[in-house]
Design a protein around this ligand. Structure first.
Ligand SMILES: [Zn+2]
Ligand SMILES: [Zn+2]
Ligand SMILES: [Zn+2]
Length: 90
């Protein structure tokens, strides 16, 4: 997992109660908007500093990740599979 955004100035951050496992998780504005939190119970607040927890499976549901940090496209498993198959054929 890649650390998203770190901020140290007063900044608007979001906490989605529907997605969070931890009451202290924080989502940066951009990640919050890019993630799918429609109809969720969330709070907007002013944060004096912190970092975005987007992409951390221990803190929030994967469905709350934004497309940049969550639900990565898994590396394509097909080349390995084909290699195995062709080994069998030989
Ligand atoms: Zn994100
Ligand atoms: Zn959410
Ligand atoms: Zn983020």
């Amino acid at each position: 997992m890649q650390l998203c955004v770190v901020w140290s100035t007063n900044c608007i951050a979001f906490r989605c109660q529907t997605c969070a496992y931890s009451p202290y998780m924080t989502l940066y504005t951009q990640c919050f908007h890019e993630g799918d939190h429609e109809g969720h119970e969330f709070k907007m607040y002013r944060s004096a500093g912190g970092f975005c927890d987007c992409g951390d499976k221990n803190l929030l549901r994967e469905t709350g990740f934004c497309p940049r940090h969550g639900l990565y496209d898994e590396p394509n498993p097909l080349p390995g599979l084909f290699a195995k198959l062709s080994n069998k054929l030989e």
